[in-house]
Design a protein around this ligand. Sequence first.
Ligand code: PGA
Length: 246
Amino acid sequence: MSTTAVRLRPASPRTRLIAAPPDQLGAVAAVVVADFVRAQPNGVLGIATGASPMSLYRGLAAHRLAGLATEGLTLCALDEYVGIAPDDPRSYRSYVLKNVAGPLGIPAERVHLPGEVDDYDQLIASLGGVGLQIVGIGGNGHIGFNEPGSALESSTRVVELTAETRQANARYFGGDPAAVPQQAMTQGIRTICNAAGIVMVASGAAKAQALVAALTGPVTSQVPASALQLHPAVTVVADAAALGEE
Ligand code: PGA
């Protein structure tokens, strides 16, 4: 596993930036998560869906095979579509069960998604809060489904998905953006920032503009991920393309 040099300097001194080759991103990020699991084997891990964290989840499963006890974790997802049945293979519940809970040996009873309870933020609080939240970043700077313009103080709520996000996710809906739900339930920006630690994974040039703005630009609701500058313990694992460095 290797990391690479990085020129970009995050505006927040509390943001740790690790650059890694694209094929090593997941393994590098998995080490960060494995350290958390070792410290809090019964802790709450916040789960992002999408393509970016897939290699991270494979990396974590490899840690489990090597002896890391992941079975005691509780999983809280960032978001879920509105109008997609929980057992639909395109639901984020299905994603979390298949790609995270299953490989990590976590029973479905300890897998939670927004929309399943009236007050998700209260559920998270009752579990003791998220110990480590995994996030990706949208090409438009969103975290979870907090699209540009989302209040930095937002809590879990139903949101309208932007045309850009529906286009980006069309690949899971037969390539048809119109088939992507118009709404989702997402943890708010404040909900995400309430996690004790956050690890962001980002790869590819399509993320560069948003990621550079989030790390080095002003904190603004126009770039929801910029809110992470206000968080005390963020690790960003990105490849050179996502950092605009190639
Ligand atoms: P992706 O999505 O990992 O599928 O690129 C990230 C996001 O939209 O947050």
